[in-house]
Write a protein that binds this ligand. Sequence first.
Ligand code: UDP
Length: 319
Amino acid sequence: MSKSRALVTGAAGFLGSHLCDALLGEGYSVVAVDNLLTGRQANLEHLRNDSRFEFRQLDINQPFDVGKVDYVFHFACPASPVDYMVHGILTLKVGSVGTFHALDIAHKYGAKYFISSTSECYGDPLEHPQKETYWGNVNPIGPRSVYDEAKRFGEALTMAYHRYHKVDTRIVRIFNTYGPRMQLNDGRVVPNFMKQALRGEDLTVYGDGSQTRSFCYVSDEIDGFIRLSKSDEHLPTNIGNPTEFTILECARRVLAVTGSKSSIRYEPLPQDDPKQRRPDITKAKTLLGWEPKIDLETGLKMSLEYFKKAAFEDQGTRK
Ligand code: UDP
């Protein structure tokens, strides 16, 4: 018998699927839901015969009920800039309507609740590194606003259910994360560079490549989620790797790890692309005893086998 039953929304996504693995490892039984807009059932294929795992293809923007659960992990949302710009209205919908539905389930069953939020809440940050207390610098009407404001609304709604309905909530602000199961064509920088390097194509650096990001390997990120889920902290907590790279340096690391002879090609910088991003993880360190263990070079090497396979298989086009 499992100790508890967890609902994971967005379970077929990159992080959602790794989270399902971790929750099963923690002794939960898992009911996994996804509408497969940007998630892939292949990410959950290995769990198909696990009696403690159940997958339901459904759209959480419609009211839904999966029966009593003890924990709701709300991860459903297009998450790469390419995906959320293609699916702008659906991104706003799942951040609002979908989040209401996920919170209603937690409220109905007295379940704990955990929402995946994002460093995009800080927008193009003027404070660096970003602490949880920073309110951010977000363009509320720009192309990224469909994601940024959806996530900020999701945080506001989560805090409201906590304050008004006493739902036991947690909010994680996720910084750039990479690893196996990322979709090769989701447009994010690590899968793009890995794919290009492995196929011998030019690496497309947007702008002059001086903008920065801080990359966390997926197992470190998931470890942070599990620790936060067990804590009593209701306010947002950054989980990400604080080692910062320019995008040009990231391209060079990918070339080194793949042994590729690809060149770098410069392309225009997308509008409102944050110039710098690095989490201040003092809170996670102090509160959860968490910090990442895997540096970028090691994580890229650990991901290499997956990306090699993915680079030469057809993962289909985005819907
Ligand atoms: N980027 C790039 N080339 C690519 C994909 C992304 O230079 O092929 C840049 C992008 O402009 C941004 C950074 O890499 O500055 C990270 O982009 P990503 O889409 O991974 O996520 P973001 O952190 O912007 O949400």
